[in-house]
Every structure is written in structure tokens, then in C-alpha cells.
Design a protein around this ligand. Sequence first.
Ligand code: NOJ
Ligand code: CA
Length: 566
Amino acid sequence: MSKPSSDGQDPARVIEDLWYKNAIIYSLDVETFMDANGDGIGDFEGLMRRLDYLQSLGVEVLWLAPFHPSPQKDNGYDVADHYGVHPRYGSSGDFVEFMHQAKKRGFRVIIDLVINHTSNEHPWFQAARQDEDSKYRSYYVWSKEKPEFMTDGVVFPGVQESTWTYDKKARAYFHHRFYEFQPDLNMINPKVRAEVRRIMGYWLELGVAGFRVDAVPFLLEANAPDKTEPERHFEYLDEMRQFLQWRVGDAILLGEANVAPEEMKPYFGGNGGAGSGIHMMFNFYVNQYLFYALATANSEPLAQALRETQGIPATAQWAQFLRNHDELDLGRLSDERREEVFARFAPEESMQLYRRGIRRRLAPMMGDRRREELAYSLIFSLPGSPVIRYGDEIGMGDDMRLDERDAVRTPMQWSNESQAGFSTNQEPVHPVIREGIYGYERVNVEAQRRDPESLLNWMTRMVRLRKECPEIGWGEWEILDIETPGVLAMRYEWHGAGLVTVHNFREIPRQVDLVVDVDGGETLVDLLNEGRSQSDDRKHQIFLEPHGYHWFRVGGLNYSVARASA
Ligand code: NOJ
Ligand code: CA
């Protein structure tokens, strides 16, 4: 069986209370989750009222999108004060109360750390542009001359024109990887690093369990006007981690880094091995091949992508996700494969974005319940910790009339009441989806709560099942050799317990021959449906429905994991 660790660590010796190795994460934006005061904007009070809902769904970690004071030109990723709460979501007092209520229910809370750039309205940038001698000038990256490669490296092609913009007051060009209202911080300046430590220290003191670090590859770049390919300062990740863990031992960094497999190692600490670099990364690479597999029913490239992202340090972990608040970025697929995914999931140009991605939600892309289940069963079963995007648990849709990525940021649909029960205000921050099969009168939490067959109840069962299979987060795994194309079969093992998961990407029923040649491999017990397979020679014939998925406990139920955590 393939080792999960490339640096010779014995996984059995890794301390088993690393909670992020095996945790179910729920991602939400306070702005669109629940509005308690009726102004049309979600708030902390509203989120607090929905904590019991999240608890009964069974998720364990809440990742909150940026909620800081901000001009809100990039959904809050343009922060104007890293120490505050935007008044429209409540006060700092409300945040603390929310943390208290969340902790009381056993949740861990992760917040966004957006420090690659600030808003141009941030006082640091305002001071920097007004006075060349200001101590804040060197917080940003400037060029007196017009940089030669101004249009290189834009992150939002088609919308963003350049990565350098002239500021009249500053009489200089400033660097910005993202929009021109998001000037990049100069991360090699020790004073900026000190500011970031203070920001981290502040939120850790308020009880957060860690940070989703925004735009990690760009954060590490030492930009300068004469550099088109700036070097990356990976040592900065070690520095951040060291500080974090001095303050709160079990807090984590979850990196947003869409990188190729050959570039991944230094993010997890490179040669430093376990205990350096960031703890977790979103697995963007697997994400893209997963959608390729869903689009084409060819699962071999996905299997290959999984193998390529295997072998991270035993103390590191992947966050496996389907959709997030951004476009579904397919930039790492070949042009031909990307076109195949577009053809299947985003045939109209308006559904595509930045020449590389899709601005749609999962449910409309999948188009039916069976495929939605297949996608989520997969994400729960891939090595790592799974992330659920708010609204996916009820199969929410998207709104193509909204700009860019706002299409997938519509308010949570709680009930069939006006404004989906999200707000009493008639003009919520983003319009609720009211028309068509994804309209709130049909798709909402209240209705699905009552229906035992609903997607919400299915998702709740899957969350429970995933919690009962810690070998996915902790164990060693391999992709089983099978002769049936379009079927992915995986086996996990941890502390002598084993699990086999099988997913059929095709629209037709299949017969799969599985060889489970390990202790207990004579017996496979289906954990989702009634049924078991018994075979003295450990060769099993498994029947799969169209887009079917099965989770089998190897060796019978008594083989289930004896010790879920230390
Ligand atoms: C990545 C975030 O996910 C995205 O929403 C944002 O626009 C950029 N970083 C810039 O902060
Ligand atoms: Ca509100």
C-alpha cells in the first residue's frame, strides 16, 4: 500500500489529535447566510440563530469568508481594517458572542486571512500614497517608472487590465495581483510581517482555530517592476506557522494555493518536513480532474491526479472541495480537457469566467440528484478533510444575471417564506433565487427537513458516515486496480480497519470485479445500503447503479476503527 508520507515519517507515530486531519468543514459567508435585523444583509446574530442547524447537519469546522470593514468591491477580500467587524454584520461584541455560542456547540471557527493585499481605502495605503516619507510607503510595492510588463500576470483576465496602476497622489505605480483597488502588501518588509503577526494574534486571542490564508502563492512573491517571475519566499510560511503555534498550539493555516503537484512540496514545509509550512491546502488540482471525470465519465486522469497529490507529510492534510465562492477554476487542465468540461457544464459563454472557469453552482451543473450525490460521496471519500459549501446541502442553484462570481453567492434558502426566510427585507444584499426549479419555494431547508428522502437528510447521513470512517482522513490509501473504465475504487486502512469506496461515473449500470487482498478482505459490508459481499478468495463482484456509489467496511462491522482519536 502506498505510504501517505514522502519524508519517511511513520503515520502511526503522528499524534492523533491533529483535529484537521479528519474534520468536516462548512464554508459560509456571514453576508448571505442569515439576516436577523431585517436590513437585507446577513449578520452574526443571524448566523448564531442557525448554529443549531449546522450542528444537526454534523459539520465540525466553520470557515467564514471575510467579514471585516471593507468597501466590498471584492466580496470583502478588499479589507480596510483587519481588526474589525464590518458594522453591517454586527459589532466585535457580536463576533465574540458568536464565538462563544459556536464553541459551546463544539465548533471550531476558521476565518480568512487576507494579507496579500489590502483595500486601497486601508489607512496604510492612504498614508503610503500621500507621503513618500511615510513609514507605510514601504508596506506596498512601488515603481516610479512605468513597469515594462504591466499587463503580465493578471488574475482576472477579461475584467482586470494590468498588475500595475499609476497613483496620482503617490506619483508612482503600485503593484496589484488582483483588482486595482487591492494594492499588494510588500511581504518582504519585516514591518509588514510584524503587522500580520499582530493581526493573527488578535483573532487567535478571540478564539479562532486558524486561518484560511488567501492567495498564498502571490503572498510569497517578492514583486518588483523588473521581475516578471518573482521568487517565492516559502520561509515566510514557516515563520507564520511558528508564530501561530507559539500562540495557540493546535491552530492551523489552510492555504488557498492552486498549484501544480510538482510545486506543492515547499508549501507543506519543503525539506523542513513535518511541522513546517502550512497545515492544509485546498486540493485545487484534484478538484479540476474531479470535474473532468464528472463531465466525461473518464476517471483515469482523476486517479492520476490523486496519485500525484499523494505523499504529503503525515502532519499535513488536503481540504477536498467541490465548489467555493469563486469560479470553478479549470486552468490546470489541458485546453482540450477544459473545453470538454465547458461543453458539458458551461455550454453558454455567460456561464464561463476569466477564460478558465465556470461561475455555476454544483446542483445546476450536475443536473440531477444522482450526480449530485455521486459528487458529494466522492468528496467525502477522497483522502483529506471534506468541505461543504453552504447551500450545497439542499442543492441550491445560481443566478447568471449577477456579475462575475456573484452568480454563486445568493442568500441561503431557509424556507418558502418571502426572501427565502433569509431576510424580512425586500431587497437583500444579493437577490434570492426565486424562479425555476432552484427557486426558494421548491429548494429550502424547511421543506427538506421534513422530507426523509431529501438531499439535506442524505447529506446529514453522509456526514455521519464520514465521521465513522476516520481512516479516510488518517489512513493509508490506494487506488484499486479494476478493469472497469469510468469506475474509481479506493481502499483505505488505518489501525487495522479498512474501507473500500467505489464510484461509477457512467450513466449505465456496471459490474465491477474487486480484489481486496488484505486481512478481512473476504467480507465487504455495504455501509449505505443493505447488503454484503462474501468471498473466500477475496474477489468480489459488485453491482453499481448508473452513477452509483458504495462504501464498504472491509472485514465486517466488527473491524471498524477501534480508536477514532487518541
Ligand atoms: C481569492 C479569493 O478566494 C477571491 O474571492 C478573491 O477575489 C481573491 N483571492 C483576492 O483576494
Ligand atoms: Ca442584517
